[in-house]
Design a protein around this ligand. Structure first.
Ligand SMILES: Cc1cc2nc3c(=O)[nH]c(=O)nc-3n(C[C@H](O)[C@H](O)[C@H](O)COP(=O)(O)O)c2cc1C
Length: 327
């Protein structure tokens, strides 16, 4: 019999407020949470997926993994050890992760240290300063990816140049794909207080070709600033050894640990995932990182040259249900 105490209402609020701060593609926030005593299920909300840009549900599951990671960090801050199972019940394909919390003890050292970074982290789409990332920080980020079984590959100048060509091909495909533009238009641009990516978070338009993804490519977003981007961007590719639904969730856990670790070193990160959304281009990114593992996220990492708005979130309560009585 499980004798672990149920979570209090306050604890659930702290855990799920942290979870919903996670990044998700186009900020659809594709999650639902089910609280049963000391166990929290993270489920995929089929109404919040992106069937055109993400037909297999890969990116969506990465976001769910990131939410599960934030939940574990908040639990650690409250003193709960956590264990988790990815896709624990094949009969329930929407059940992406189940997190089991122990009774409270003391602070859980490593994870709880990241709690303060959860609300500070956000996706940055502006230029980076011309300032190198110290090797010790590069190692910390690489190690962070490995804890959850992923790898972070830092690209050299040649590979970065080749990736630049792949990104331009992806941008070109993106801007001519009516279905994608329609789908993205539902989430990107304008004023969006609770979900999607509002104009204020789109970042500036680069004056020259730059390694950045303009989410508004092909959409109408007038009045954006034009600025010069850094000449030598620092790019890392997060990859996993496997390529299935569970690997994508684990990639999300690893991603969020990398992002929170980066935030703790005042680094900013943007994503260049357009080259992973087309199978032929993704295969070429796979070759760039040695051909042994599957690229899941492309990160541009550096010290931000300007400040940027954060995106909004829907209240966590809207995505939460209780099994049994609400505490
Ligand atoms: C799997 C995944 C893929 C993403 N791809 C991109 C991308 O290619 N370009 C981009 O600018 N942002 C990308 N994002 C970032 C989301 O747009 C961002 O997380 C979301 O808008 C919430 O904003 P925040 O990260 O600032 O909290 C991606 C996020 C995830 C989880």
């Amino acid at each position: 019999m499980n004798t672990t105490k149920a979570l209090t209402n306050d604890e659930v609020g702290i855990l799920l407020a942290a979870a919903v701060h996670a990044p998700s593609m186009d900020n659809t926030q594709p999650w639902r949470f089910e609280v049963a005593g000391p166990v929290i299920d993270v489920r995929l909300d089929e109404d919040l997926v992106l069937p055109v840009a993400d037909p297999a549900g890969r990116a969506i599951r990465i976001g769910l993994g990131a939410a599960a990671f934030n939940l574990r960090v908040a639990a650690a801050m409250l003193g709960h050890e956590s264990t988790f199972a990815v896709a624990p019940d094949p009969a329930e394909p929407d059940l992406v992760a189940r997190i089991y919390l122990s009774d409270r003890s003391g602070l859980i050292a490593d994870l709880s240290a990241l709690y303060g970074e959860i609300s500070r982290r956000h996706t940055y789409r502006g230029p980076m300063l011309d300032q190198a990332i110290p090797p010790i920080v590069i190692s910390a980020l690489t190690d962070a990816a490995e804890i959850d079984g992923a790898e972070l590959h830092w690209l050299d100048d040649d590979a970065t140049r080749t990736l630049g060509q792949l990104l331009r091909q992806a941008d070109d495909l993106d801007s001519h794909d009516e279905d994608r533009l329609l789908e993205r238009g539902r989430w990107v641009g304008g004023e969006r207080p609770h979900d999607g990516v509002p104009d204020a978070a789109l970042g500036p338009v680069p004056t020259d070709p730059a390694m950045v993804r303009d989410l508004a490519t092909g959409l109408d977003t007038p009045g954006r600033e034009h600025v010069v981007f850094e000449q030598r961007p620092r790019i890392a590719v997060l990859s996993t050894g496997d390529e299935d639904e569970s690997a994508w969730v684990l990639a999300g856990l690893a991603l969020e640990r990398v992002l929170l670790t980066a935030t703790s070193s005042v680094l900013a990160v943007s994503f260049l995932n357009q080259a992973l959304e087309y199978p032929t281009l993704r295969a070429q990114v796979r070759d760039l990182i040695g051909g042994r593992s599957w690229p899941q996220m492309i990160l541009r990492i550096g010290y931000p040259a300007q400040a940027e708005e954060h995106t909004g979130r829907r209240p966590w309560r809207d995505a939460t249900s209780w099994v049994g009585l609400e505490p």
